[in-house]
Write a protein that binds this ligand. Structure first.
Ligand code: NI
Length: 173
């Protein structure tokens, strides 16, 4: 199982590299990400959150009932004009929940573990939210970037503390 990197860890701000080899290393990475997702009781996890700057995401909207969906090199190819704002948390920003506006419906193109391309057509609800949240992580974007300056100012001391502990953590691991 991986340690989840916290806000302030520079790896969370990098643009992740696309996966080129669909090999055993990728399978091992995904296995361990799935384990971490389960252990942390999360809906989704992006590779940068475990310190790996590659375009890999796992999502489980079933609360552990089904195997997580694995998305390699995912891209949003279509998104609804309609937006929905709802509360979101993030394993890398623990203890904080923010109102984040997201497209209500998205279609995502990605590759599976074997390098086969697939599409998630017109995802909505929690899946739409998770897809946008996790794909944001691959581009170095976090939930705090979606909120108003006022909201962020109110959070700033909490975030500063987290950034400090995130940095300390990244130095030792
Ligand atoms: Ni997150």
């Amino acid at each position: 199982m991986f340690d989840v990197r916290l806000y302030g860890d520079p790896v969370l701000r990098k643009t992740a590299e696309p996966v080129e080899k669909f090999d055993d290393n990728l399978k091992r990475l995904v296995e361990e990400m799935n384990e971490t997702l389960r252990a942390e009781d999360g809906v989704g996890l992006a590779a940068p959150q475990v310190g790996k700057s590659v375009k890999v995401v796992v999502i489980d909207t079933t609360n552990g009932e089904a195997e997580p969906v694995v998305l390699v090199n995912p891209v949003i190819v279509e998104s609804s004009e309609e937006m929905i704002t709802s509360e979101e948390g993030c394993l890398s920003v623990p203890g904080i929940s923010l109102s984040v506006p997201r497209h209500a419906v998205v279609t995502v193109k990605a590759f599976d573990l074997n390098g086969k391309e697939f599409k998630i057509e017109k995802a909505d609800g929690l899946m739409a939210k998770a897809l946008q949240h996790e794909i944001d992580h691959l581009n170095g974007i976090m939930i705090v970037d979606h909120v108003s300056v006022l909201q962020r100012t109110m959070l700033s001391s909490k975030l500063k503390k987290m950034a400090k502990s995130g940095r300390d953590k990244s130095q030792v691991s």
